[in-house]
Design a protein around this ligand. Sequence first.
Ligand SMILES: C[S@@+](CC[C@H](N)C(=O)[O-])C[C@H]1O[C@@H](n2cnc3c(N)ncnc32)[C@H](O)[C@@H]1O
Length: 214
Amino acid sequence: MQVKSQIRQFLIGSGLWYPLSLLRNIPAIFHWLRSGCNGLAPDPVKLMVIGAYLKRYSIDNFVETGTHVGKTLGYFAKKGIGCTSIELSQELYQTACTLFKARKNVRLVQGDSSQRLPELLQEINIPVLFWLDGHYSYGLTASAETHTPVSAELKAILNHPVKQHVILIDDARYFDGTNGYPHLDDLLRVIRADGSYSAEVSTDIIRLVPRVVP
Ligand SMILES: C[S@@+](CC[C@H](N)C(=O)[O-])C[C@H]1O[C@@H](n2cnc3c(N)ncnc32)[C@H](O)[C@@H]1O
C-alpha cells in the first residue's frame, strides 16, 4: 500500500500520471461517450472540463477545496497558474506539502474549508476558478461535522465582492439533501435568487458562471 501510494505520488509529481491515466481510461471514456456523456465522467474528462473553463474565462487562478492526493492540483500546478488547495486531513496535507514543495505557484492550506475559504477570500480581488470538491469520501479522507462544507463555501463565494468567478462543484449526484449536502433544487434556487451566476449541471459537475462577463 505504502509502495503503491509512493509510486502514485511520484507519477503525479512528475506529471506522468496524466498521460497514463488518459490511456488507462480510454475504454471508460468510450463507454461514457457511447452512453451519451451520461453521469459520472472519467477523471481525465473532469480535468478537461476544468481546463476548458479556465481558458474560456481567461482565469489563471485555481482554488480547490479537498486536496486529497493532489491529482487535480498536480495537473493545474504543472501549467504554472496560481493554485491554492485546502485539505482537512492533517496527513493528506503533509503528504501534499512534500509533493508540491518545489512548486512556487502552489499554496496549501490545512483546515476545514468552511472556515479557511472565507479567510482566503479576504485576500482575493481577481476572478478565480473554484473547484469545490472537499468532502468526506471514505478511505483516508477526513470529515468535519458534516460530510461536506459546500453550503458554507458557496455562501462565502456568493458574498464576495468579485462577481466574475467560475465555480465548479463536483459530485452533483450527492446533492440530495442528506449528509450536509443541500438538495440540488435548493442550491439552484439560491443561485437564481443571488442573480450573479447562471447555473448548469453536466457530467456530474454543477457549473456556475458569471452572468455578466466584462
Ligand atoms: C474527493 S477528495 C478531493 C479530490 C481532489 N479535489 C481531486 O480532484 O483530486 C475530498 C477531499 O476533501 C477532504 N475534506 C473533507 N472535508 C473537508 C473540509 N471540510 N474541508 C477541507 N477538505 C475536506 C477529504 O479529506 C478529501 O481529501
